[in-house]
Design a protein around this ligand. Structure first.
Ligand SMILES: Cc1cc2nc3c(=O)[nH]c(=O)nc-3n(C[C@H](O)[C@H](O)[C@H](O)COP(=O)(O)O)c2cc1C
Length: 198
């Protein structure tokens, strides 16, 4: 699997009439699980049927690097959930770029081990800005992974009594979501980005 920062080109030639949409996948995690979900999502975006049809390209960048979303047509922002919250780099990214994200097609996801029913609507609300810049219907919850050998002593203590290492990630679900996102991207998204950066 390509590392963070990798860029995937279109798996098929761009659609006739010009360059396909460009999507930025930004993620925050501590122990690799969310990075792998984001990487799978980015790859599926370009390889899915819908992604290939429109010649979509995806860039994968950690939130700590604070990639500017302006040159992209759409953004997916995801974070692991710790203590019921998104991680600070994801919250900070959302707050820094809220105005740009509000003018882009933006999706978000949270990943953790609590079941969907035990978290508030929206999964989590990392920031009041989330409703403004993303909107509640474009948020997805993905089950994550816990790998005990990767945890700090403090984290192990915090999880005392929890089951040992588990991996509940739903790769098929990630792929399907990528296909939905690629299917939702329209030529209008490309136009709005070009207008913005002109
Ligand atoms: C100390 C600690 C606290 C956690 N708190 C939550 C939580 O509040 N809600 C949740 O759904 N998952 C929680 N998890 C599970 C992580 O979100 C899950 O393991 C996630 O997949 C980790 O992603 P990462 O490897 O990218 O950091 C916690 C895990 C640890 C180690």
């Amino acid at each position: 699997m390509p590392g963070a920062g990798a860029t995937w080109g279109p798996a098929a030639p761009p659609s006739p009439g010009g360059e396909g949409p460009r999507i930025l996948v930004v993620f925050a995690g501590l122990h690799g699980s969310t990075r792998e979900i984001a990487a799978r999502l980015a790859r599926s975006l370009t390889c899915s049927g819908a992604g290939r049809r429109i010649g979509l390209t995806a860039a994968l960048v950690p939130a700590q690097q604070r990639p500017d979303p302006a040159p992209f047509d759409a953004v997916v922002l995801g974070s692991a959930v710790y203590g019921g919250r998104w991680l600070a780099p994801a919250v900070s990214y959302l707050e820094t770029y809220a105005a740009t994200l509000a003018r882009r097609s933006t999706w978000s996801f949270s990943s953790g081990l609590c079941s969907r029913s035990s978290v508030p609507p929206l999964g989590v609300e990392p920031s009041p800005l989330m409703h403004v810049s993303i909107g509640p219907r474009q948020h997805r919850w993905f089950a994550g992974r816990l790998e005990r050998r990767l945890l700090s002593a403090g984290e192990r203590r915090a999880l005392e009594g929890h089951p040992p290492s588990v991996d509940h990630r739903d790769w098929q679900g990630v792929h399907q979501w990528a296909d939905e996102i690629a299917g939702a991207l329209k030529a209008a998204d490309v136009r709005s980005r070009r207008h913005d950066v002109a």
